[in-house]
Design a protein around this ligand. Structure first.
Ligand SMILES: [Zn+2]
Length: 268
């Protein structure tokens, strides 16, 4: 298949060497939360902003490559997956130009998705990354991030072998409310979600994204369950209206997490 467009080199100074790993073993998807890709490009290259990503994809499919994939870009911030905290060192970060939640939940247009699929196919092959290691920013930082959000089509990506999609996520009536919402936790943790809260602590410079948690240490189990549920629903139950993100854990949430944990347990 012909490439839609050759990535344009647009170097960002915001990067450093990977720490403790020589190669990325996952990909993190983001949205820019900005009204135009050029503004995002400027911010991701601004030394004062202290943020970056390896690649930025515009709505029309243009790709800018900002940081070499061998280097550590600064996009994940305080985060954790499978017990690993320095997600910047382990990942390739891709920003998708999109106005974000605050600007009307715009869809991700077809040219942008095609460019992403093509880029992901190359990245997964280049670094031998399995599809279950393509993650949302909201997966690795559920306490403070919601990107790429409910309009992002994870199922389409999975159909191309570029992510995973549990069959339990298909709509089949309302689930029964769980008597004990804590039932979801062992499965969520096995798939990779951070229940221990290690992604909340700023253990050294994890690469900044301008925000830090304000509620360190005072977070209860219930709130942690709600955060993980939101992340799971944003990604695997996108048909849920936004208000449903905070409704009590139900049987479908549990079925989704059981299947994720069984089929794609996090190795690390
Ligand atoms: Zn993000």
């Amino acid at each position: 298949m012909m490439r839609i467009g050759k990535p344009l080199a647009h170097p960002s100074p915001n990067h450093g060497p990977r720490r403790g790993v020589s190669a990325p073993d996952c990909v993190i998807l983001h949205y820019t939360d900005m009204l135009c890709p050029e503004a995002a490009l400027a911010r991701l290259c601004d030394p004062a902003a202290e943020v970056s990503a390896h690649h930025l994809i515009a709505e029309d499919g243009r790709i800018w490559s900002l940081v070499p994939e061998t280097e550590r870009a600064w996009h994940a911030g305080l985060s954790c997956w499978g017990g690993e905290r320095d997600m910047n060192s382990r990942s390739v970060g891709i920003e998708l130009a999109n106005p974000g939640h605050g600007n009307g939940h715009a869809p991700f247009p077809a040219p942008q998705m095609r460019a992403l699929e093509e880029l992901l196919r190359e990245i997964l092959a280049r670094w031998s990354i399995p599809p279950e290691r393509v993650l949302a920013h909201s997966d690795i930082a559920p306490h403070r991030k919601q990107d790429p959000g409910p309009r992002f089509d994870w199922r389409a990506l999975a159909l191309h072998g570029l992510s995973v999609w549990p069959e339990a996520a298909e709509p089949r009536g309302a689930g029964e409310i769980l008597a004990d919402p804590g039932e979801i936790l062992p499965f969520a943790a096995l798939f990779g979600y951070d229940f221990a809260g290690c992604g909340r602590e700023s253990g050294g410079d994890l690469g900044r994204d301008g925000r830090s948690p304000s509620d360190l240490g005072a977070h209860g189990t219930q709130a942690r369950i709600s955060e993980i549920l939101r992340a799971v629903r944003l990604r695997f139950r996108p048909q849920s209206p936004c208000e449903a993100l905070d409704s009590p854990a139900d049987a479908r949430d549990l079925a989704i997490l059981e299947e994720l944990a069984r089929r794609w347990p996090c190795a690390s």
